[in-house]
Design a protein around this ligand. Structure first.
Ligand code: NAD
Ligand code: IPM
Ligand code: MN
Length: 376
């Protein structure tokens, strides 16, 4: 199969982990015969420095014409001036909005070999396998904003339609998993949360009567995520709560450098990115964990390109490295970014056998171009 992929390295460790994603895609292309046409474009601080915009028009245009978009990370102290009229993060938010990527999937499945790296007790981590479906194009992030010298305002707004479409995606996902859906809101205080709760209850009753729906207030959910994480299957929540809870959930897995994500809409390319940021403390030191990025490539292979076997191959290689202790320092290993990523590629080579594979690993299910695989 042929696929066009736009690469947006961004800032800080973004370009470092993106370089490893490119090496992985090159390897997969060589081993399987698939053609991945990749195009690098600017976003974030790098784009502000080069052209004065966080999401230049030609970057957005390239993304629109792609089958999938891969992003490193944006932001950093260089662009943190509170008086600046433009910030790197705006580029990412515009991209998500412009591409209509309203459903952000963030899977969390701690590897038993890493239980010791989590601050949470191993007996609580056993069996944890959850996905947070974060609403990504609404809420406080995109409401009206006022910023005056002594007053500021961020409006939180949601419509029934915005809630229904993301809860529907979460429901369909839960149906393919353990059929448990948890809504996280703050309905004891926020009007938007009361709308989320009403709309979700109605939708689940109407369209997903086979699911068990649990509803938690976000403050309590933050606690339950640590005290009984294995109880969760699919968590659906608004934009800001999803952002915060997934950094917390990364600690179940053991590192911010482990969690991938997929951002999907009803049509057009999906966006794939690690949930971590530009990690200015690690940038330029070849020590950032590349696994979240490699696992984001796996999500891209599966969701936008339909290459499910290749996705599993990448995931298995990452998991085998974790099991063998071939990791970066955040996970107790001694490898640098490039070495840890090379270890993953070595395992893929061993698995397929260099030179043996001429055609695609799997040809039964070719993905439709520009597919988004949330809807079943
Ligand atoms: P961060 O995620 O960059 O870092 C938080 C902590 O996690 C740091 O201790 C860092 O060292 C560690 N970490 C992050 N990625 C890692 C990796 N791959 N391997 C090992 N450790 C890793 O969050 P922050 O420091 O709050 O934010 C830094 C900048 O990144 C800010 O400008 C923020 O706006 C931006 N940001 C961007 C994105 C994105 O582009 N998607 C996401 C989050 C934050
Ligand atoms: C994330 C990040 C972004 C967000 C920032 C960089 C805008 O934290 O993807 O989790 O808040 O959505
Ligand atoms: Mn975040």
């Amino acid at each position: 199969m042929q696929a066009t992929i736009t690469l947006l390295p961004g800032d800080g460790i973004g370009p470092e982990v993106m370089a490893e994603a490119e090496l992985l895609l090159d390897q997969l292309a060589r081993l399987t015969g698939h053609e991945f046409q990749t195009h690098r474009r600017l976003i974030g601080g790098a784009a502000i420095d080069a052209v004065g915009q966080a999401l230049p028009g030609n970057s957005l245009a390239a993304c629109r014409q792609s089958d999938a978009v891969l992003l490193g990370a944006v932001g950093g102290p260089k662009w943190d001036d509170p008086d600046a009229s433009i910030r790197p993060e705006q580029g990412l938010l515009q991209l998500r909005q412009q591409l209509g990527l309203y459903a952000n999937l963030r899977p969390v499945c701690p590897h038993p070999a890493l239980y010791g790296h989590s601050p949470i007790r191993a007996d609580r981590l056993a069996g944890v396998d959850l996905v947070v479906v974060r609403e990504l194009t609404g809420g406080l992030y995109f409401g009206r904003k006022i910023a005056l010298a002594d007053m500021a305002e961020d409006v939180c707004r949601y419509t029934r339609e915005e809630i229904e479409r993301v809860v529907r995606q979460a429901g369909q996902l839960a149906r393919r998993r353990r059929r448990r859906l948890t809504l996280v809101d703050k309905a004891n205080v926020l009007a938007t949360s009361r709308l989320w709760r009403r709309v979700t209850q109605e939708l689940v009753q109407r369209e997903f009567p086979d699911l068990t729906l649990e509803i938690l207030l976000v403050d309590a959910a933050a606690m339950h995520l640590l005290s009984r994480p294995a109880d969760f299957d699919v968590i659906v929540t608004e934009n800001l709560f999803g952002d915060i809870l997934t950094d917390e959930a990364a600690m179940l897995a053991g590192s911010m450098g482990l969690l991938p994500s997929a951002s999907l809409g009803d049509s057009g390319p999906g966006l794939y990115e690690p949930i971590h940021g530009s990690a200015p403390d690690l940038a330029g030191r070849d020590c950032a964990n590349p696994f979240a990025m490699l696992l984001s490539v796996a999500m891209m292979l599966e969701h936008s390109l339909g290459l499910v076997e290749e996705a599993r191959l990448v995931e298995k290689a990452v998991h085998d490295c974790i099991e063998a202790g071939e990791t970066t320092v955040d996970l107790g290993g001694v490898l640098g970014t490039r070495e840890a990523s090379a270890a993953v590629r070595a395992r893929i080579s061993n698995k397929i056998g260099v030179g043996e594979q001429k055609g695609p690993v799997r040809s039964a299910v070719e993905a439709p171009a520009r597919s988004v695989a949330l809807s079943s």
